[in-house]
Structure formats: C-alpha cells, structure tokens
Design a protein around this ligand. Structure first.
Ligand SMILES: Nc1nc2c(ncn2[C@@H]2O[C@H](COP(=O)(O)OP(=O)(O)OP(=O)(O)O)[C@@H](O)[C@H]2O)c(=O)[nH]1
Ligand SMILES: [Mg+2]
Length: 264
C-alpha cells in the first residue's frame, strides 16, 4: 500500500490552497470509478467553498486508472487531496477503515465517509456538520421522513429495506439506516473503535462500526438524505456481499454479545 501525492502536469483550474490545521477529512473509497473523483471534488469545492476540509481517496489498485485520475487533480488541490492505493480489492468497508487510520494519524476533528458515485450528495454535508456538533456520529438515512431514494430497481429496494430491518431486529441500534455509507464521525468516536476486531470487508462494516459505537454509549443521530442511484462506473455489489450482509449481522451480534464486557 502506498500513500501517493506527486504533482503532475499543471491544469488551468484556479488553485484551491490547503486549509491549515484542517478540521474535516472526507474519506472516499474508490474502485473502478474512472474519472468520477474529478467531478466529486468539484462538487465538494462548490458545496464547501471556504471549508476547512481535505479529501482522501482510497483506491484498491483499480485496473481502469482511477488512481491516475486522482493524481491529475494534485496540482489544483495540492495538500487537500490525498490518495492511498492498496494492493488488491479489499472491499468498501476495509477501505474506509484504512481511511480512518489515516485520519487518526492527523489532526482532523471530524471524518466523513461517502461514495464516489454521486449517490451521496456533497451539498448535504453542511447539514451533517451542523448536527455533529452535539453528537458522535451522524448517519445520512434513506428511511426518515424527508428522505428520498431515486432510480433504484425493485431488487435493490427490497434488499436494502430487508437488510436494514434485519439488522435492526438483531442489533437493536435505534437508527433507521444501517447500510448507507454517508456518515460523519467525531474523531473521539473513531478513536474508540476497535478496528482490529472488524473482520468484515464490505458493507457490513457499516453495521459493525455502528454497533461498536452503540455498545460504547456513543451518541448516534440521523439526518434525512436524498439518495440517487449511481450515475458513473460499474456496480460493485456482488451476490456474495448481499449474502454476507445478512450472515454478518448475526456474526456481529454473536461476537460482541460475548465481548460486551470488554467494549462497554
Ligand atoms: N477501495 C475500494 N472501494 C470500493 C470497493 N467496492 C466499492 N468501492 C467504492 O465504494 C463506493 C460504493 O460502492 P458501489 O459500487 O457504488 O456500491 P453500491 O452503491 O452499494 O452499489 P451500486 O448500486 O452499484 O452503486 C464507491 O465509491 C465504490 O467505488 C472496494 O473493494 N475497494
Ligand atoms: Mg453506489
């Protein structure tokens, strides 16, 4: 795994100087996302024009040049832009945990995670930042009054609803959305995580992280989000991950059930 930030050919965009003593890190796992990073960072810049933020893309050595596309942004975004390239496809969840470790090695106070395929709207970030002031984690929920889900097929809708209902029935965290990876964390919440204990690699990491925080008595809030199905790249959700989502919820319950005394 390498952390890369080399300057490449200059582009003609106006430079966006780094924030000093930056407050917010936005962790974006990417796999086979082509040039989506460019659009995403432009939208972040528009949504957070004076903001105190940096972004970290965690790529799993995508064969389509995703990492190279990120590198071409370096001359414009400089030290605001970070890229970690891992050796092979390790799953969305483990990529985000890698991002958490990176964030803890720096001084950020808040850490976001979001997808690169525009299902998560950068324009909603200020709402999360308002909410995080008096809580430890804010989840963008697709299942609150005011939430919307666009352009999902019937299979995907059913999977998400049932995966969430199942997770809530088993884990009993008082949240409505266990599996949306649009979240903001207070640094102390991430510090409190036992990341070593998390074996899962994919979506279930989201439930596991929430469960650990819940067991530790961290405050969890939700905000409604407008979720739009992916517009770029190729879908990475496999059947294996769908099965893992259900099976792993039970595994998490068993694992932390036993370890409750340690976590509490
Ligand atoms: N680093 C890394 N990123 C991943 C991996 N799998 C997915 N991602 C990224 O995680 C985010 C969510 O993945 P998606 O493939 O959009 O998954 P999804 O939203 O559940 O499925 P879609 O309906 O296809 O959009 C995107 O930014 C992906 O590029 C992975 O194995 N490694
Ligand atoms: Mg997606």
């Amino acid at each position: 795994m390498t952390h890369v930030s080399p300057p490449l050919a200059p582009r003609d965009e106006r430079a966006f100087p780094p924030a000093h003593a930056c407050e917010l890190s936005i962790v974006v796992p990417v796999f086979r996302m082509g040039n989506a990073a460019r659009r995403l960072i432009e939208r972040l810049r528009a949504a957070l024009p004076d903001g105190d933020w940096e972004v970290l893309f965690v790529d799993d050595n995508s064969p389509d040049g995703t990492a190279d596309a990120v590198k071409t942004l370096q001359p414009v975004y400089g030290e605001r832009l970070h890229l970690t390239v891992r050796q092979g496809k390790g799953g969305r969840g483990s990529a985000v945990l890698e991002g958490f470790r990176f964030a803890l090695s720096r001084d950020y106070e808040y850490v976001f995670e979001m997808d690169a395929d525009f299902s998560h709207k950068p324009e909603e970030i200020p709402l999360f930042l308002e909410k995080i002031k008096d809580t430890d984690m804010v989840i963008g929920s697709r299942y609150l009054p005011g939430s919307e889900i666009h352009e999902w097929g019937i299979k995907r809708t059913i999977f998400s609803r049932w995966a969430n209902r199942f997770a809530r029935g088993v884990l009993k965290i008082p949240i409505s959305d266990y599996t949306n990876g649009f979240r903001c964390y207070r640094r102390s919440a991430i510090e409190s995580l036992d990341m070593q204990a998390i074996d899962a690699k994919g979506y279930v990491v989201l439930s596991e992280v929430a469960y650990q925080l819940f067991l530790k008595g961290k405050r969890i809030a939700e905000v409604p989000t407008i979720f739009v199905n992916r517009r770029r790249g190729i879908s990475n959700l496999s059947k294996k991950e769908i099965l893992e989502a259900f099976h792993s919820v039970l595994r998490i319950r068993r694992a932390y059930g036993k370890a409750k005394g340690v976590l509490a």
